[in-house]
Design a protein around this ligand. Sequence first.
Ligand SMILES: O=c1[nH]c(=O)c2[nH]c(=O)[nH]c2[nH]1
Length: 314
Amino acid sequence: MSAGLSFFTSYGKLRIPVYRVYAHPLEGITPIPESRFAGRENILFAYEIDVDVLGENFLPAYTRGDNSNVVATDSMKNFVLRQALEFAGSTIEEFLDLLGRRFLQTYAQMERLRLSGRELSFAQVTVPGGKRGSFGASQVLFNRTHSDYAVATLAFERDNNGATVLVDHYCGLVDMELFKVTGSAFSRFVRDEYTTLQERVDRPLFVYLDVYWKYIDEQAFLSADHSRYVPAEQVHDLLQVVFHEFVSESIQHLVHEMGQRLLARFPQLAEVSFEAQNRTRDEIVASKTDDKVKVYSDPFSAYGVIRLTVSRRV
Ligand SMILES: O=c1[nH]c(=O)c2[nH]c(=O)[nH]c2[nH]1
């Protein structure tokens, strides 16, 4: 080894596309008042999977070209795809859990592992139903959508007895884009010689929003009954309801309210985090006859970013 140097390495395969058809439906979730979401049929269970192997025992591959402890990333890709066929669960968290345990059981060369999943969103196509004039969801045709999507990351290690342990996790929903035309303010901020922004008691607020959550107890998202599982769809709907209802003084104020509402609705969560981008458009012209009719266009390309983590006190 090179004297006086230390190394941190990881290697793996990113963005392994998995399209499992007829996975087990997600059932048994607890309904919430903010959402009509009742479960997923999982006719098409589609995710991109990242595998990251961490540890020290493959360092000789870097320092001496010794690959004897290297599992080819190509084999990792094949492993993930084969496990997808055997997968009997219903959620991305359960799939990552299966992968983590099976990888560490199969490969003694792997010390630690981080696995991530990114939803490839598809929506059931609406087609005419049996009765004249009725429409319903196709059971066979899906339209790829490019809107917000769920994510999850699970990290695994071995304990002293060699058993696999889940050591960290987070779940999330990223790339929401929400535009509220009225009912948001931003005023009474610091004013000095650099201030050009007008005070606005009512502004159209356009935010890009990512939200992440962690559970108190991993059994809440791994147990097969799903009664304490928090589906991204419910989080999505709850955040929309809060934005719809709440008249905010700022994005800071809005994400704080969203954090409070999420932790109150889901007692099984330990922490929620937000990253919001301020994409509010500039007012260009307003109607002379109707106050609420206005035209907005894109602002200067730099955008504000607002972050928040809300944790339960322990
Ligand atoms: O909600 C907002 N928070 C800010 O911190 C900020 N700063 C700014 O210029 N506009 C806004 N809006």
